[in-house]
Design a protein around this ligand. Structure first.
Ligand SMILES: C[S@@+](CC[C@H](N)C(=O)[O-])C[C@H]1O[C@@H](n2cnc3c(N)ncnc32)[C@H](O)[C@@H]1O
Length: 70
């Protein structure tokens, strides 16, 4: 099943994760009991002060426009 998570109006710090074609983290779904949660998981060492980015995926970019700056 597919689900959309919209963080436009509420959320935590993860709502500020921007897209990158060379991301240092990824959105990764986990099921916790009956809940589907999305975690932000590092895919490489991220030094303090580095912007955390993730690949939004083709579907998002096709729908909302190419935000890719690389
Ligand atoms: C989840 S929000 C990310 C946080 C947002 N930049 C902010 O300051 O609230 C997603 C939105 O951020 C912007 N965005 C994300 N990645 C971007 C990028 N690489 N270049 C330009 N805009 C980006 C787009 O407007 C996108 O719809």
């Amino acid at each position: 099943p597919k689900a959309d998570i919209d963080s436009e109006w509420t959320g935590n710090w993860t709502r500020f994760v921007n897209h990158s074609c060379e991301p240092n983290a990824r959105f990764w779904p986990y099921r916790v009991g009956n809940h589907l949660v999305m975690v932000v998981e590092a895919v490489e060492e991220i030094l303090a002060g580095t912007e955390i980015t993730a690949d939004y995926g083709k579907e998002y970019l096709a729908r909302y426009g190419p935000h890719c700056l690389c």
